[in-house]
Ligand binder design. Structure first.
Ligand SMILES: O=c1ccn([C@@H]2O[C@H](COP(=O)(O)OP(=O)(O)O[C@H]3O[C@H](CO)[C@@H](O)[C@H](O)[C@H]3O)[C@@H](O)[C@H]2O)c(=O)[nH]1
Length: 325
């Protein structure tokens, strides 16, 4: 197999590239480096710079590198931005995927792994969200991920492609400091950002129907997530005619915002108290994965806990902003 990893220079993508390359899989990366960083890639992995919407580049890349499988991660991923710029999200995440799938079909590629999101569930009403839960996304980002799943499965059925859709829960941490997330869009980097600027981290709402009143999420270490990609890619490579595999990628363990704030304070040495702010619109009280399916299908389970996520993320943060820490 030779795997094309789109978005492979991004935070999650680079971890997937590293895990697959370390395991001996042949990989090539397609990334427009708009938010990705070329230096995240191992020297032996070729980087093709460009967009998934560039038909000619796609056809050339699939042919020149004799690609036999695709791991598709290139996408826009900020919920708030997707509300402000829905057309851009549909263009990049849905139209871009259509172009990529057409190129995949034309090139005769028969393995396709799609990076989806727990955002497809919207506001879940299950204690542990099974893959069979209703998909009712509440923002354009989640809509584009759900539409993406439909596209991938339909193309798979029609063209005999083995497909998998991985629904990531809350991804955090880093396998090594230089691969860390450079964005400040999720809770852990947002807490670090406040603390290193000498401000108290903010808790968005403490009146939710949860034990401590703050939102509960299922945090998954990016290194575990990358291992899950490797396991799924290998499974796709072995299969013929098995159809689609759609699975949650999480730990099945809920952690509250307040618990996370305490852990972040401990790791960073912050000795103040977080401040409570009003609820953020669109936040579910609880979103925790049921993980029986991936465990049963692949024997995969997460190995890293939330402390390792915070500690590794803090190392990455300090590497990038030594002056602030
Ligand atoms: O400074 C902060 C930042 C966040 N939160 C809370 O922390 C929780 C997690 O927030 P965040 O890290 O922004 O993640 P989610 O809103 O859960 O969304 C993430 O996880 C989803 C999958 O579960 C993905 O679809 C999204 O792309 C990804 O941003 C939420 O309850 C937030 O209200 C705070 O209280 N204070």
């Amino acid at each position: 197999m030779t795997w094309l990893i789109t978005g492979g220079a991004g935070y999650i993508g680079a971890h997937v590239v590293r895990a697959m390359a370390d395991a001996g899989e042949k990989t090539v990366v397609l990334d427009d480096v708009s938010s990705g960083i070329a230096e995240r890639l191992p020297a032996e992995v070729p980087l093709v710079r460009g967009s998934i919407s560039d038909r000619t580049l796609l056809a050339d890349t699939l042919r020149d590198h004799a690609v036999t499988g695709v791991v598709h991660l290139a996408a826009k991923k900020q919920v708030g931005e997707s509300v402000e710029q829905p057309l851009r999200y549909y263009r990049e995440n849905v139209h871009g995927l259509t172009v990529l799938l057409e190129a995949v079909v034309d090139a005769g590629v028969r393995r396709f792994l799609f990076s989806s999101s727990a955002a497809v569930y919207g506001i879940p009403d299950q204690e542990l969200i099974a893959e069979t839960a209703p998909c009712v996304p509440i923002n354009p980002y989640g809509e584009t991920k759900l539409a993406g799943e439909w596209l991938v499965r339909a193309a798979g059925r029609a063209h005999g492609i083995e497909t998998a859709c991985l629904r990531y829960f809350n991804v955090a941490g880093t396998a090594s400091p230089e691969l860390s997330d450079t964005g400040v869009f999720n809770i852990i980097p947002m807490f670090f950002d406040r603390i290193t600027r000498g401000e108290a981290p903010r808790i968005f709402g403490d009146d939710y129907p949860t034990p401590d009143g703050t939102c509960i999420r299922d945090y998954i270490h990016v290194a575990d997530l990358a291992d899950a990609h490797l396991a799924v890619a290998r499974r796709l490579a072995r299969e013929q005619g098995a159809g689609d595999l759609t699975v949650n990628i999480g730990r099945g363990v809920g952690v509250s915002v307040r618990e996370l704030a305490e852990l972040v304070a401990e790791v960073t040495g912050f000795d103040g108290e977080p401040v409570v702010r009003p609820r953020r619109p669109g936040d579910a009280a609880r979103a925790v994965a049921a993980v029986d399916l991936i465990t049963r299908e692949l024997g995969w389970t997460a190995r890293h806990g939330v402390r390792e996520m915070v500690e590794s993320a803090w190392q990455g943060w300090r590497l990038r902003r030594p002056e602030a820490c």
